[in-house]
Design a protein around this ligand. Structure first.
Ligand code: ADP
Ligand code: MG
Length: 466
C-alpha cells in the first residue's frame, strides 16, 4: 500500500469526528510521504501544528493508525518548517525539548519526532539539469567551470555567484546543475532552488499568515540558496528587504548564494543600491549566445537524449537558423518530430523551414511596447517616428500619452523609468502624469473614451493571438 492511501483512510475516519473547519485547519495541509513497514511518515507544516495534533487529536490519530496499520503501527513526523522558538544553531535544535518529551512518552505514544537529520528542506531540483549535459562552448566556459568549482567547494570561492544572460541561454540549467552537483558531493547540504516569483509569493503569504519569522528562519538555515531570475525583485521593496538580510546572514556564514538574472547587476532596475552593491562582491558571469558549433553540439546531445535521429543537414540547418535561444531550438525539434509523426512526412530541410517559421511566429515575443505604439499610431493615424521625437504638437502628445498609458497597463515587465527612457528620456513622474491625463480624459471626454476603447480592444486581440 502507498502512504497516501493509508493516510487518506485515516483522514476519512478523522473527518467523521471533527467538523470541517477544524479539519481544514489542522489536517488538510498534512501530507503522507513514506510508508516503511508499519511506520507512516507524515509531513507537518510546523511545530505548532504538531503540538496541536499531539495535545488534541492524538486519540483520533492513534485509533486510525491502529485500524490501518495494526497494533504495531506508528506515525512519524517530519516538520516542514523548523521549530523557530528553538532553532538557531544546530546544537539547540538537537536538544529540542519537544523531541525529548516525545521520547519519554514513547511507551504509549505512537509518535516519534525525528532528529535533525530528517528535518526536511526540499532542494526543488530537476535532475535533468546536470553539468554533464550542459554543453560547454566559449559562450559559457567560465560560468560552467565556476559552477563545477562551487559544487565542490561551496561558500568559499565565489559568493555570490551571479549568472546573467538572455532568455533561453541556460541560466536555469546551469544554476540547477550546480545544485545537483552540490547534492551529489554533499548529500546533507540544506539547499533549495527557488524562482524569485515564488520566493516573493511565499514571503507575501508568510506576512499575511503572521509567519514571516518562520519564513526568515527557514531560509537563514540553508547552506545554499539558488534564487532564479532576480530581475523580478524589481519594485518589491518588502521582498528586497528580507532578501537583503538573508543575503548578509548567509554570506557571513560562508553559505553559498547563487543568483541568476536576465541582465547585468548594474542594469537591474528598481532594485535597491545596497543589494546591487552586494551583488558585486562575488563573481558575475555572462552567458552569451553560443556559436554555431556549440549550438549544433547542444542539438545533437538533445537528440541523443530523446533517442531521435535526424539527417545531419537538417541538424545543421536548425543550428544555423536559430541563433539566440536554446529553448526555441528544443521547441522546434519537438514540433518537428511531432509534425513528421502526425503527418507521416519525412523530416527534410523544407519541413524544418516550415516548422521554424511557424514556431517563431507563434513564439514571437509576448506583447511589447513596440506593438502598443504601433496600434496607437495606426488608430490615430500618427507617424510612428514622430511619436518618438520631442514634438509638442497636441495630437502627437496625445498619442504618446495613450501609448504610455497602455504600456503601463499591459507591459508589466517595464518600469516607469524604462517607459520614460523609451520616449526620449522622460523621468518617471512624467510617465505617471501621462497616465493620469489619460485616465482623466477617459472619464470626462466620451469621444476620447471611444478611441481609447478601440485601441484597448486591438491590444487585447493582439495579446490573444500571440
Ligand atoms: P534560461 O534560464 O537562461 O532562460 P534555460 O536554462 O531554461 O534558460 O535553458 C533553456 C533550455 O536550453 C534548457 O532546456 C536547457 O537545458 C537548454 N540549454 C541551454 N544551454 C545549454 C547547454 N549549454 N547545453 C545543453 N543544453 C542547454
Ligand atoms: Mg530560467
Amino acid at each position: 500500500m502507498d502512504p497516501h492511501t493509508v493516510w487518506n483512510r485515516i483522514m476519512d475516519s478523522v473527518k467523521e469526528e471533527v467538523d470541517a473547519l477544524e479539519f481544514n485547519r489542522w489536517f488538510a495541509s498534512i501530507k503522507a510521504i513514506k510508508l516503511d513497514e508499519n511506520i507512516l511518515t507524515i509531513e507537518v507544516p510546523n511545530q505548532f501544528v504538531y503540538e496541536r495534533l499531539e495535545n488534541q487529536y492524538l486519540h483520533l490519530l492513534k485509533k486510525g493508525v491502529k485500524n490501518e496499520l495494526g497494533n504495531k503501527g506508528k506515525l512519524e513526523y517530519q516538520l516542514l518548517m523548523p521549530d523557530f522558538k528553538n532553532a538557531g544553531t544546530k546544537a539547540k535544535t538537537k536538544t529540542n525539548p519537544v523531541a525529548v518529551n516525545t521520547k519519554d512518552l514513547s511507551n504509549y505514544n505512537p509518535f516519534v519526532i525525528p532528529g535533525i537529520k530528517t528535518y526536511h528542506v526540499d532542494p526543488n531540483l530537476n535532475e535533468q539539469y546536470q553539468f554533464d549535459n550542459f554543453i560547454e562552448g566559449d559562450c559559457n566556459r567560465v560560468a560552467r567551470q565556476a559552477g563545477i568549482n562551487i559544487s565542490k567547494n561551496p561558500g568559499r570561492l565565489f559568493n555570490p555567484l551571479i549568472i546573467y544572460g538572455g532568455v533561453g541561454l541556460g541560466k536555469t540549467h546551469l544554476a540547477q546543475a550546480i545544485g545537483n552537483g552540490l547534492k551529489q558531493n554533499f548529500p546533507d547540504q540544506k539547499l533549495t532552488y527557488i524562482s524569485t516569483d515564488k520566493f516573493t509569493n511565499q514571503f507575501i503569504m508568510a506576512v499575511k499568515n503572521n509567519s514571516a519569522n518562520e519564513f526568515a528562519n527557514f531560509y537563514n538555515n540553508l547552506d545554499t540558496i539558488i534564487l532564479d531570475d532576480i530581475q523580478f525583485l524589481a519594485g518589491k521593496a518588502g521582498t528586497q528587504e528580507v532578501f537583503f538580510h538573508l543575503f548578509n546572514h548567509l554570506q557571513q556564514g560562508n553559505k553559498q548564494i547563487i543568483l541568476t538574472a536576465d541582465r547585468a547587476p548594474k542594469d537591474l532596475v528598481e532594485i535597491e543600491d545596497r543589494l546591487i552593491s552586494r551583488f558585486k562582491w562575488g563573481l558575475t558571469i555572462e552567458l552569451t549566445q553560443p556559436d554555431f558549433e556549440t549550438r549544433l553540439a547542444i542539438l545533437l546531445s538533445k537528440l541523443d537524449k530523446l533517442k531521435i535521429e535526424l539527417p545531419m543537414d537538417v541538424c545543421e540547418f536548425i543550428a544555423m537558423k536559430l541563433k539566440d535561444n536554446i529553448r526555441e531550438m528544443e521547441g522546434v525539434l519537438i514540433s518537428l518530430v511531432a509534425q513528421s509523426t502526425i503527418n507521416k512526412k519525412a523530416i527534410t530541410k523544407e519541413l524544418t523551414d516550415e516548422v521554424i517559421s511557424e514556431y517563431s511566429n507563434k513564439a514571437s515575443k509576448s506583447l511589447g511596447m513596440d506593438d502598443i505604439i504601433q496600434i496607437v499610431c495606426d488608430q490615430l493615424k500618427v507617424d510612428r517616428e514622430l511619436l518618438l521625437t520631442k514634438t509638442r504638437k497636441s495630437h502627437i502628445v496625445q498619442a504618446r500619452q495613450l501609448a504610455t498609458y497602455f504600456t503601463r497597463k499591459y507591459v508589466k515587465s517595464l518600469s516607469l523609468k524604462n517607459i520614460g527612457e523609451y520616449f526620449g528620456g522622460k523621468d518617471h513622474s512624467t510617465v505617471l502624469h501621462s497616465c493620469k491625463v489619460v485616465e482623466n480624459m477617459i472619464q470626462t471626454d466620451p469621444s476620447f473614451k471611444d478611441t481609447a476603447n478601440l485601441i484597448e480592444k486591438k491590444i487585447l486581440k493582439t495579446i490573444r493571438v500571440k
